[in-house]
Design a protein around this ligand. Structure first.
Ligand SMILES: O=C(O)c1cc(=O)[nH]c(=O)n1[C@@H]1O[C@H](COP(=O)(O)O)[C@@H](O)[C@H]1O
Length: 277
């Protein structure tokens, strides 16, 4: 049986035969979707996240708050994000954390984005858009023991607008993969590939056989876990599969945390089965 390798803060992959999971849970908190009784709490977003984390941390290896869901609530949302990452780092330091912020700008601005997520908040990684090129991404890569997760081929329909178009005979997403390998500190790169694009994973693995991939889009967006694993898994697993709404909104009643745990466990059991093949 292959051992699952999970990521730890020392930037090494550690065998973790116990968890048998490569599940990332997306903490995309929408106040219109969380159980009504939580709205009475002083910080409903954090109360929700804490309950979800307490109920699911044993079956997942990563959490990914999408910052849009926090920024939308202004200062209170940002405070809830800070409490969430602190809660994770204090109570589950072995769990990998992703700030899904999709940043990227001219160099000095990218450095400030990187400081915000890596230094101030203490995330392990941040998602970054490749569109502005090398000097917009290298400032993120300069941070030791931190990962930059570059958008390669995204899960949405609009991915076909630009990412799969050929420039000089090569699709743009392939150029992103090839070119980014030449950037300084490229060993700190991971890539986003949508679960809805599983059929592209064979080609992607030819270019980046060893890189870790963040794969969102199972659950609510219809991506298929088995397909993703068939084409995207490498000998170290090499995948973090994210589900957000499909797990955290399994119930909008008092039992929301148990319902989320149930959904997360279903995915973990599927993963465990795949790992034992
Ligand atoms: O970077 C991402 O995580 C991301 C990339 C992508 O191509 N597609 C995608 O859905 N995501 C994010 O992954 C999460 C998916 O959420 P669910 O569809 O609810 O599971 C959201 O936070 C999206 O913003």
């Amino acid at each position: 049986m292959r051992l699952f390798l999970y990521y730890d803060h020392t930037a090494t992959y550690i065998p973790n035969p116990k968890k048998k999971s490569f599940l990332c849970i997306g903490l995309d908190v929408d106040l219109n979707k969380i159980p009504k009784h939580l709205l009475k709490e002083e910080d409903p977003i954090f109360a929700f996240n804490r309950a979800i984390i307490d109920a699911t941390h044993h079956v997942c290896v990563a959490y990914k708050p999408n910052t849009a869901f926090y920024e939308a609530y202004g200062i209170k949302g940002w405070q809830a994000l800070e409490k969430t990452i602190n809660y994770l780092n204090d109570n589950h330091p072995e769990i990998y954390t992703i700030a899904d912020a999709k940043r990227g700008d001219i160099g000095n601005t990218s450095t400030m984005y990187a400081k915000a997520f890596f230094e101030d908040l203490g995330f392990d990684s941040v998602t970054v858009a490749p569109y502005m090129g090398k000097d917009s991404v290298e400032p993120f890569l300069a941070f030791k023991d931190k990962h930059t997760i570059l958008l390669a081929l995204t899960s949405n329909q609009g991915a076909f607008d630009f990412q799969t178009k050929s420039v000089d005979g090569v699709e743009l997403y392939k150029q992103v993969l090839e070119t980014s390998k030449t950037w300084r500190n490229s060993e700190n790169l991971m890539y986003v590939v949508g679960a809805t694009k599983a059929e592209f994973l064979g080609d992607i693995r030819k270019i980046i056989p060893d890189s870790f991939l963040l794969v969102p889009g199972v659950g609510a967006q219809g991506g298929n876990l088995q397909e993703v694993c068939k084409y995207g898994m490498n000998s170290s697993v090499g995948l973090l599969i994210n589900s957000s709404r499909g797990i955290i909104y399994a119930s909008q009643e008092e039992d929301f945390a148990e319902a989320a745990a149930q959904k997360a466990q279903e995915l973990q059991l599927d993963m465990s089965e795949i790992l034992s093949l």
